[in-house]
Design a protein around this ligand. Structure first.
Ligand code: SF4
Length: 419
C-alpha cells in the first residue's frame, strides 16, 4: 500500500473514513459556491543548480537558495489575492509548481504553500497538483514528501536518455539518474507523471531520437511533452547560433523527427492532444489545458504571469510580477504584492492570443466562444483563415476551427498572423 497519507484538503468522499474525513466546516472542501469558472494557480520557484545554455526561463543560480524567505513571500502574495476579486473564494482546478527547479525546495515548503492555498480557495475534487523536478535533484524521500502534502503529478525534465546529448544541453543529470528518478517517482506513489523530452538537438540523429523515444515509452509514462530545441534570444545557444558556431538541424530532418515523435508516442497509446504534448486518456495536463483554453490563471512568485477574463475589459486583464527574485521578495515584504502593472492589450491582441494559444490544441478553438468574447467570427477577424482551409492547413468541424496535420507542421508560420 501507499506509504503516504493524504492531506485534509485533498480528501475525497467515498474514501475510507477515519483516515480520510471531510471537514465541511472549512472552505477547503470543494463547494460550487459561485457560478464563476474555476481557475489555475501557477507557483514560480526561480532557482536552479546551474543554468542550461538554451534556457530563457526566469531561473537563477545563487550560492544559497533563500527557501524560507521565498516561501514566506509566496504565501503572503497568495493571501493578498485570496482576499481580492476576481479570485476570492473561487474554486481551484489545478496548481503547478514550475521554475526554475521546484524540486530544490523541501516538501515542507511546498506543503506550506498548499495549505495556504487550501485555506483560501475551495479545491476541485479532482484537482491536479504538479511539481516540476530535475532528475539531478531527485530524492525518494522528497518525492514521498511531495506526495504526502498533496502533489499528485510530477513533471520530470528527462530531456534525453543519452549522456552525450544531456552534456551538450548543459544538464546536471545523467541518463542513469533519470532512470532512477522515474523509478523513485513511481515508488513514491505517483501514478501520474510527465517526461519532458527535447529533440532536434544539433548533432542528434534520427536514430538517437528513436532510442530516446523507445526508452521513454518503456517507463509507460501517462504523459510526455516533446519539444524541439529552439535558440531563444538572450541565451548562450542563441549567441553561438548568431556567431555561426551552432547550426540548427535542417528543416527536413526536423520534420522527420516530428513525425517519428508522433508515430512512436501514439503507437505507445499516448494521444497527441497539443502540438508538443501527448497523454493517455484521463492524463492530459489539466493545468496547461486551462492556458490553451484561455481560462483564468493566477501566477505567484518572481516573474509569474496572471490572466483573467472576468473584468470590464473585453480583452481581459493580464499582468506579471517583478522578475528578479531578490526584488520580488523585497516588494512583497514591503507592499504585499509584486505586480508590475497591467499589460496593455487591445481587442486585436487578445483575439490573436486566443487563436494562437487555442490552435496549439488538436481539437482547436470553439468558434462560438470566440464570437462571445470578441464579437465576431474568427474568419471575419482573420480573412486568411478561408485560404488556409482551402489549402488544407485548417478545417472547421462541429463548431471548432483547428489545424490539420499539414497545418501543424507549419504552425509557427501560421501563428505569426495572430501576433
Ligand atoms: S533546469 Fe530548467 S529552468 Fe533550470 S536552467 Fe535548466 S532548463 Fe532552465
Amino acid at each position: 500500500m501507499d506509504e503516504y497519507s493524504i492531506p485534509p484538503y485533498l480528501k475525497r468522499s467515498g474514501e475510507p473514513s477515519g483516515q480520510l474525513r471531510q471537514r465541511d466546516s472549512t472552505p477547503m472542501i470543494r463547494e460550487m459556491n459561485s457560478n464563476r469558472p474555476s481557475f489555475s494557480l501557477y507557483v514560480h520557484i526561480p532557482y536552479c543548480i546551474s543554468k542550461c545554455p538554451y534556457c530563457d526561463f526566469n531561473s537563477h543560480v545563487v550560492s544559497r537558495i533563500p527557501e524560507q524567505r521565498y516561501t514566506g513571500a509566496l504565501i503572503r502574495e497568495l493571501k493578498g489575492y485570496g482576499l481580492r476579486e476576481p479570485w476570492r473564494k473561487r474554486t481551484l482546478r489545478s496548481i503547478f509548481f514550475g521554475g526554475g527547479t521546484p524540486s530544490t525546495f523541501d516538501p515542507e515548503s511546498i506543503e506550506r504553500v498548499l495549505s495556504s492555498a487550501a485555506s483560501l480557495f475551495p479545491f476541485e475534487k479532482e484537482i491536479e497538483i504538479t511539481l516540476e523536478s530535475n532528475p539531478g535533484t531527485a530524492d525518494v524521500a522528497h518525492f514521498k514528501g511531495y506526495r504526502s502534502c498533496g502533489v499528485n503529478r510530477i513533471s520530470l525534465g528527462a530531456q534525453s536518455f543519452q549522456d552525450h546529448l544531456l552534456k551538450f544541453l548543459g544538464r546536471i543529470h545523467s541518463a542513469d539518474e533519470t532512470r532512477r528518478a522515474v523509478e523513485m517517482v513511481c515508488r513514491a506513489g505517483f501514478d501520474n507523471f510527465n517526461l519532458d523530452l527535447i529533440y532536434a538537438i544539433p548533432g542528434q540523429s534520427i536514430f538517437d531520437l528513436k532510442a530516446d523515444l523507445e526508452e521513454a515509452v518503456r517507463f509507460r509514462p501517462p504523459h510526455v511533452s516533446a519539444y524541439n530545441l529552439t535558440f531563444e534570444d538572450g541565451t548562450p545557444f542563441y549567441q553561438e547560433y548568431r556567431a555561426g558556431k551552432l547550426q540548427p538541424l535542417p528543416e527536413e530532418e526536423e520534420i522527420d523527427m516530428v513525425e517519428l515523435v508522433e508515430e512512436t508516442l501514439q503507437g505507445a497509446g499516448l494521444s497527441r492532444y497539443e502540438i508538443s504534448n501527448y497523454g493517455r486518456s484521463g492524463f492530459f495536463c489539466q493545468h496547461n489545458l486551462n492556458y490553451w483554453q484561455s481560462g483564468d490563471y493566477l501566477g505567484i512568485g518572481a516573474g509569474a504571469h496572471s490572466y483573467t477574463a472576468i473584468t470590464h475589459e473585453k480583452s481581459g486583464q493580464r499582468w506579471h510580477n517583478e522578475k528578479n527574485p531578490g526584488r520580488y521578495m523585497e516588494k512583497i515584504e514591503r507592499e504585499g504584492q509584486a505586480a508590475m502593472g497591467e499589460e496593455k492589450r487591445d481587442l486585436q491582441t487578445a483575439a490573436g492570443e486566443f487563436m494562437f494559444v487555442g490552435l496549439r490544441l488538436l481539437e482547436g478553438i470553439p468558434v462560438q466562444v470566440f464570437v462571445e468574447r470578441f464579437g465576431t467570427e474568427p474568419k471575419r477577424f482573420y480573412p486568411q483563415i478561408s485560404d488556409w482551409i482551402e489549402h488544407g492547413l485548417m478545417e472547421e468541424k462541429k463548431g471548432r476551427l483547428s489545424l490539420t496535420r499539414q497545418g501543424l507542421l507549419v504552425a509557427n508560420s501560421l501563428f505569426v498572423n495572430f501576433v
